[in-house]
Design a protein around this ligand. Structure first.
Ligand code: SF4
Length: 344
């Protein structure tokens, strides 16, 4: 990250906020301030920021391994991909990302808890960079000892809710140790039919951060919501937002795009940011705009990765799968019977 931007904008940070370690991340015409330990963001825009240009994506989504001990039928990862990252190569890669100006890494896979020496890795990455460290897990390998060991060294743990991963027990553990976590919840038609009940259960258990994901894929049309179901989900979100007290966060996956009518948004719609705001790095060292793009471009050096971002960030490439907001109608259409038809 260019230090000149930090120096140039230091006078605009109000004194009470100086106790936090704000990091400046120039965007095109704006300046984002981010604090990794609190997760706070501040977006500045005005005459002083008009000349700024983005120099790096905000986040890298990194598949640290392709191994997983669950067998979810809807998993989007390419099961043939090899797991090429090793402790040292991954650490160096993330340190290079930090120097580039990336603010956050979000590790997934596969199951990142299966990465060798994961606890040590998180602690070393935290102490050797300014990155916020997040990871998504199925939760089956989390333990109290592990969570205590990484306390203070990560931004958020994202727990995926599946039918077979005993997530209620994992939530209880995360609450018990006061972990910073949220849940990722795939909203299929089946899940939509029990959304109120399950949402109440999550709140009862102590969950305070819920991300609602839509299915991305062209293989199983029945996992996508049809237009009527999307209206129902939008109504749930609007109603929940109105009822929720402070301290509970309800988030929507960027791939919903503008398909959920009337839901409150922070920044008023816009592009998902795939390929520009964030990049997806596979377990076999390929780079893609987001995790749902097929293929990807292999890279060896960090300079190759940087060049990929600079050359392609403006392309706004769609993932050729049903559910991508960059496709007309998200690559979906309704049949005469009201079911979902894929048209990617
Ligand atoms: S490119 Fe499509 S699938 Fe990927 S994050 Fe953006 S909207 Fe979602």
């Amino acid at each position: 990250m260019p230090d000149d931007h930090v120096a140039a904008f230091a006078p605009y940070v109000p004194p009470p906020l100086r106790a936090l370690s704000w990091r400046a991340h120039p965007l095109d015409g704006k300046l984002l301030l981010f604090e990794r330990d609190s997760g706070l963001n501040m977006l500045l825009e005005g005459e002083e920021t008009a000349q700024l240009q983005r120099v790096a994506p905000r986040t890298l989504l990194i598949a640290v391994t392709n191994a997983c001990d669950l067998h979810c039928p809807f998993c989007y990862r390419d099961r043939r991909s090899r797991s090429l990252w090793r402790y040292d190569s991954l650490l160096q890669f993330c340190q290079d990302a930090d120097h580039w100006g990336v603010l956050e890494v979000a590790f997934g896979g596969g199951e990142p808890m299966l990465f060798p020496r994961w606890e040590t890795f998180i602690r070393e990455l935290y102490s050797s960079t300014r990155l916020a460290i997040n990871f998504t897990t199925n939760g089956t390998h989390l333990s109290e000892a592990f969570l205590h060991a990484i306390a203070g060294c990560y931004g958020q743990i994202r727990l995926s809710l599946y039918e077979d991963n005993a997530w209620e027990q994992t939530v209880a553990l995360l609450v018990h140790v006061n972990a910073r976590f949220g849940v990722n919840w795939l909203i299929t038609p089946g899940e939509l039919s029990r959304i109120e009940t399950k949402f109440r259960r999550l709140l009862q258990l102590g969950v305070r951060d819920v991300l609602l994901l839509g299915y991305k894929g062209s293989d199983e049309p029945e996992l996508h919501l049809n237009p009527v179901e999307r209206q129902k989900l939008a109504a749930f979100v609007r109603d929940a937002y109105a009822r929720l007290g402070q301290g509970v966060t309800l988030k929507l996956d960027v791939c919903w795009g503008d398909s959920l009518y009337g839901v409150p948004t922070l920044f008023g719609g816009g592009d998902c940011g795939g390929g520009d705001d964030f990049l997806s790095i596979t377990s076999d060292r390929r780079v893609k705009p987001c995790s749902f793009h097929g293929g990807g471009i292999p890279f060896e050096t960090f300079d190759e990765l940087r060049a990929y971002w600079q050359q392609r960030r403006a392309l706004r490439e769609a993932a050729r799968v049903g559910g991508c907001a960059r496709l007309p109608g998200r690559g979906l259409a309704a049949t005469e019977e009201g079911q979902v038809r894929l048209c990617v």
